[in-house]
Design a binder for this molecule. Sequence first.
Ligand code: ZN
Length: 146
Amino acid sequence: MKIEELYRKVIMEYSRNPQNFGLVLDDTYKKVHLHNPSCGDDVTMQVKLDKDIIIDIKHEGSGCSICCASASYCTIALMNKSISEAEKIFNEFYKLVKGEDVDTTILTSDALAFKGVSSFPARVRCASISWKALQEAIMEASNEKN
Ligand code: ZN
């Protein structure tokens, strides 16, 4: 199997079987909604912190398969991470989708499936919109605690 096919399979798998999908009605979660007008992606990320640890992440929305897969994957990549670990993961993922070299000890191998979007500037936003929303939600949640 060619590597591109493998990556496409990873993305299809995540978008068909979204992880941590569905929001909860709970005020202890912080929620951020973002919309990508160029593609129509619409994402809401919800996060719950315990001190500086991300103890739960939920998402909901609709969009292209890259957007849905990325939203699903980021809930897994960041679950149970500390805020400082999360910052590193965010930065590496943004580098990845821009086609820059990344530290593969920080990102899991599934993340590499999104590397291909770097050849399509319009899709970079699709892959990163859920990450931006989640990052914002984490920031809001941690500001509120301090
Ligand atoms: Zn999209």
